[in-house]
Design a binder for this molecule. Structure first.
Ligand code: CA
Ligand code: CA
Length: 337
């Protein structure tokens, strides 16, 4: 494709390559669609405790390593921790190894989903199924620590910090990682923490997930986190919503231009950070007595052209200390996984 035929909101490669090498190149005629196999997010963990959770992430394209800082309130103790990451690969190559290091210790993830490539090395190959994206999760309880956590030895075709647009085919393409840390703290109210995970790549459309397993109590305090791969600041208009209300992106006060702008990787690649872990206060969107909520993301809403992979959703909400079940009252501290 000649460069002048590219949609006007796209950019030429930042060095040396022909226009066709740009990652996530989209044609004007493309229709909204999910890309590749879809594994909708489902519940993977449910805990109720005096405490809460913290989630944070880092972009790692063409780096293979990074750092995630977990800020915990004073007096907190980590009780569970999970690490999520996603890698784009050639279909014929099979999934990359699920191994890496966290704080110098070997970790082995579980492949929880295989979905379409979020537009790498280009959208045509992603839609044709030539490339795919894998989502991994590792239980890193006992390894994750308060403060700085170092990530290293992740599969990555390049580790020299080459700009993503300059090497769209340097497979495997590691996008980034997020840590989700559940902590106990006796000063906190009782909260239920719900984690849903999966893998859904989409463009110009939405994916949602149903969060269940709690009984909200007032005054409601609720927070939610979206773990999303492949967000880019060069492609605007992504939205995050909660119970039908935009909470980031167009229509919201937070990141009104673009909910998923690759913030976790922006320090290295301002326009192609490729990873986001935004946390939003949704207390005003949950009512006492609610027992479920719906979170959703939209990739490229309103004519934007980002392709995203939805990886995980975390919610914490104030909950009752005891839940009546058929006339019985049972302690409601139930770690399921
Ligand atoms: Ca974006
Ligand atoms: Ca993208």
């Amino acid at each position: 494709m000649a460069q002048e035929e590219m949609p006007r909101d796209k950019v030429a490669p930042s060095s040396g390559l022909a226009g066709g090498a740009v990652g996530e190149r989209l044609t004007a005629a493309r229709t909204a669609a999910t890309i590749g196999p879809q594994r909708p997010l489902t519940q993977s963990a449910l805990l109720t405790l005096r405490g809460d959770y913290v989630a944070a992430g880092v972009g790692m394209r063409n780096l293979g390593s990074g750092q995630i800082v977990i800020d915990l309130p004073p007096g907190s103790t980590i009780v569970r921790a999970w690490l999520y990451w996603s890698i784009i690969r050639q279909t014929v190559a099979g999934p990359a190894p699920a191994t890496a290091k966290l704080n110098g210790q070997d970790i082995t993830g579980t492949l929880i989903a295989t979905t379409g490539s979020p537009g790498w090395p280009d959208i045509a190959q992603a839609e044709a199924g030539t490339t795919l994206a894998d989502v991994f999760r590792a239980d890193v309880t006992g390894m994750a620590v308060p403060g700085a956590n170092s990530l290293s030895n992740f599969p990555s075709g390049l580790t020299d910090g080459t700009a993503p647009q300059d090497a769209p085919s340097a497979f495997p393409l590691l996008n980034g990682a997020s840590l989700v840390v559940v902590f106990s703290n006796p000063a906190f109210p009782l909260k239920t923490v719900v984690v849903n995970d999966g893998g859904q790549t989409l463009f110009g459309t939405s994916a949602s997930t149903l969060l269940t397993g709690f009984v909200a109590t007032g005054p409601v305090a609720a927070r939610t986190t979206y773990v999303v791969s492949d967000g880019q600041a060069r492609f605007l208009s992504d939205t995050a919503s909660f119970n039908g209300t935009p909470v980031a992106g167009p229509g919201a006060a937070l990141k009104p231009n673009d909910a998923f702008d690759g913030a976790d990787g922006a320090a290295f690649f301002p326009l192609d950070g490729l990873w986001d872990t935004p946390t939003v206060d949704v207390s005003h969107l949950v009512s006492p007595g609610d027992t479920s909520a719906v979170a959703a993301i939209t990739a490229g809403a309103g004519g934007g052209s980002d392709v995203l992979t939805y990886v995980a959703q975390v919610l914490s909400v104030t909950t009752a200390e005891f839940v009546g079940v058929r006339g019985y009252h049972i302690p409601h501290t139930v770690p399921l996984t």
